[in-house]
Design a binder for this molecule. Structure first.
Ligand SMILES: *Cc1c(COP(=O)(O)O)cnc(C)c1O
Length: 343
């Protein structure tokens, strides 16, 4: 079978692939789950996921290497994060083995949809954990669905890495102190839709959220973490309990220190102290790294390296991480999970 897909021009859009994985939790345990061709979820109208937001999601990618193998990047980290989110929302944890086997099964069943190495694209996997069943009172669900579906997505930066500009939000927070900021839940995204749209309308690519208690420190972008490179070449990224702990961010922290030989740390990043940074970026699975050209902070506009050019350290970090994900650069131990395909 040859697929009629324009690999070079994939965006980030839903595509109904032949197979997805689904497992059900009932009577206190998960069933084995399995692949299905049914792309529609069947659930009670009273499902707590729909009414009270008892749901969580993940995002990870499978990449095709130069030698045409397929590999997942750190799926164990996504499994663990989903478990932390589940504990915060009183949902049953999906065991790591179930999570990784499900991810591999979905990739294997849809392997023809993993974009070719040269295209720069990848297969994006979307795990979802939702509370379902006949419960209308405010209480955790008794039954849950865990599913992973997939779609091929394009390289975020078609013409190469390009910086974009962001705006600091003071009127809106994405999460509350001691709220669910560190949990990967749809509710945080619901809260960020309006500020995100206002930022887009004003010509910025997204919002920079500040710490919700004092509005003095940078937390993160709506769907990506923040990092900066100081003028003396230190990699710094904010530390806060209301930030979503990005796997990309922790990977970059490691690579900055162990591969680029930089000092790398998590700490406070005061929004009025951006002068000390010579480069900055937003990082997450979707874009890997979005270089930040400038940040509008009230009446101040701070430009980092340049509004049009990518800084040298940001570029090195990007090349190192993408090289590992695509199999061109040796990965730190345990970062890569091969998916065996019998083609
Ligand atoms: C998923 C997510 C990120 C990025 O995390 P990665 O693990 O790097 O993909 C950053 N911020 C928020 C709010 C997220 O939901």
């Amino acid at each position: 079978m040859t697929l009629n897909i324009d690999w070079e021009n994939l965006g980030f859009t839903y595509m109904n692939l032949p197979y997805r994985f689904i497992a059900h939790f009932k009577d206190g345990q998960w069933d084995n789950g399995g692949l299905t061709e049914d792309a529609t979820l069947h659930l009670s109208e009273s499902s707590p996921a729909l009414h009270y937001g008892q749901q969580a999601f993940e995002g990870l990618k499978a990449y095709r290497t130069k030698s045409c193998e397929i590999q997942l990047f750190r799926p164990d980290q996504n499994a663990e994060r989903l478990q932390r989110t589940a504990r915060r929302l009183l949902m049953p944890e999906v065991p790591t083995e179930l999570f990784i086997n499900a991810a591999k099964a979905v990739v294997k069943a849809n392997h023809q949809y993993v974009p070719p190495y040269e295209s720069g694209g990848s297969l994006y996997l979307r795990p979802l954990l939702i509370g379902v069943g006949d419960v209308i009172g405010v209480q955790p669900a008794q039954e849950y669905i865990f599913t992973i579906f997939a779609m091929p997505v394009g390289n975020y930066f078609k013409g190469g890495l390009t910086p974009t500009n962001f705006i600091v939000s003071r009127d809106f927070d994405r999460a509350a102190p001691h709220g669910t900021g560190a949990a990967k839940v749809g509710g945080n995204y619901a809260a960020s839709l309006l500020p995100g749209q206002k930022a887009h309308d004003a010509g910025y690519s997204d919002v920079i959220y500040l710490d919700p208690a004092t509005h003095t420190k940078i937390e993160e972008v709506g769907s990506a973490n923040f990092f900066g490179i100081t003028k003396d070449n230190e990699f710094v990224t904010p530390l806060s309990p209301s930030i979503l702990p990005s796997i990309t961010k922790y990977s970059l922290l490691y690579l900055a220190e162990h591969r680029l030989g930089l000092k790398a740390s998590e700490g406070d990043v005061y929004v009025d102290d951006l002068e000390k940074f010579s480069e900055a970026g937003a990082c997450g699975t979707a874009a890997v790294i979005s270089p930040i050209g400038g940040i509008q902070n009230g009446d101040n506009y701070h430009v980092f390296y340049s509004e049009t050019e990518v800084g040298p350290i940001t570029r090195q970090l990007y090349n190192e991480l993408v090289g590992i994900q695509k199999g061109d650069v040796t990965a730190p131990e345990g970062w890569i999970y091969k998916v065996e395909i019998d083609e």
